[in-house]
Structure formats: C-alpha cells, structure tokens
Design a protein. Structure first.
Length: 173
C-alpha cells in the first residue's frame, strides 16, 4: 500500500509540473556528454568533453560546462561563479586513462563517470534506481523560485539492455 501511495504521489506531481514539450534541443556535437534543462525556463546547461588532443581528455579540466541562453536567441555563455559553485559546476577525480568520476555542485552525493568509448566518443554513466544509465540529458523539476529540486528525470540508454530509458529520481529533503 505504501508503494502504491508513493507511486501515485509521483504521478500526480509529474502531472502538475510543466511538460518538456516545446523545450529546445541544443545542437549536437561530437564532444557532447549530456545537458540539463529545468521546469523554470528553457535555458540549457551543456556538458561537453574537453579534449587536450583528439583522443585524450584534459586531465585538469575534462568537462566544459556552459549554458545556452535561449532568452537571448540561443547564445552560448560561460557559467557565472554562482552557477558554477552552487548548481551546475563539476568536481572531478581522475580514476584511469581517459576516465573520471565527477559530481555536480548541487548534488555532490550522486557520482557520475566519464569515459571514452568507441571512436573516442565521451560517455557518462550514472547509477539511478538500481540501473546504470548512459546519460543523454536530465530534466529538473524545480520550485517556482528555483531554489529547490523535487525530482530529476534521467534520460539515456540502459547500460545492460541498450534500450532508451527514463528514470525519475525523487530528491529527499
């Protein structure tokens, strides 16, 4: 019964949140890892692999994070210090050749892993709800002020099956 109530509350909260229809998709590029959008606007935070050369990630800065400001016609902007330190910036640790574990500033307990796969394409893996996902994008369900996140949708491919998958992760307060 408790599981049914939890499931129903998630479904109701998702139904009350703005849908992602009409959200812009950032232009694809070969270094793209994933991007983040949120329920309070269309501006998009983009995470690209940062290469020192064609096949080697920069050891001191393997991830380039920036935002696409769709309120200003889709221009690319670097993160502000506040965005970098409080929400969208990354902390990383090199764990192997072209392999890094990292976290987002706003959610330091959720570890992600960046690796290069075939043809040196970057791939980010994250473990959510008992599944490893090769991440493509995230959508944050925020309060109106943008000061808290109630849940996150993770979109990507299931690492085990290769099928497209969406996993919702409820944030504990």
């Amino acid at each position: 019964m408790k599981n049914i109530i939890f499931f129903m509350s998630i479904m109701v909260s998702l139904a009350m949140c703005p849908l992602q229809d009409g959200y812009p998709v950032p232009p694809d590029c070969p270094t793209r890892m994933f991007y983040i959008q949120h329920s309070n606007g269309h501006n998009t935070f983009v995470y690209d692999a940062n290469f020192a050369s064609g096949k080697i990630l920069k050891e001191n800065d393997p991830i380039h994070v920036y935002r696409i400001n769709y309120n200003k016609g889709g221009i690319k902007e670097e993160l502000t210090n506040m965005q970098r330190k409080m929400a969208y910036g990354v902390e990383f640790t090199k764990t192997g050749s072209n392999t890094f574990d990292f976290t987002l500033a706003a959610y330091p307990s959720k570890k992600m892993t960046l690796k290069l796969c075939s043809q040196n394409n970057p791939r980010v893996s994250v473990y959510i709800n008992g599944k490893t996902i090769h991440l493509k994008r995230m959508f944050l369900f925020c309060n109106r002020l943008g000061t808290s996140v109630s849940s996150i949708n993770f979109y990507g491919r299931d690492a085990a099956s290769g099928k497209e998958i969406t996993e919702n992760y409820a944030i504990d307060d």
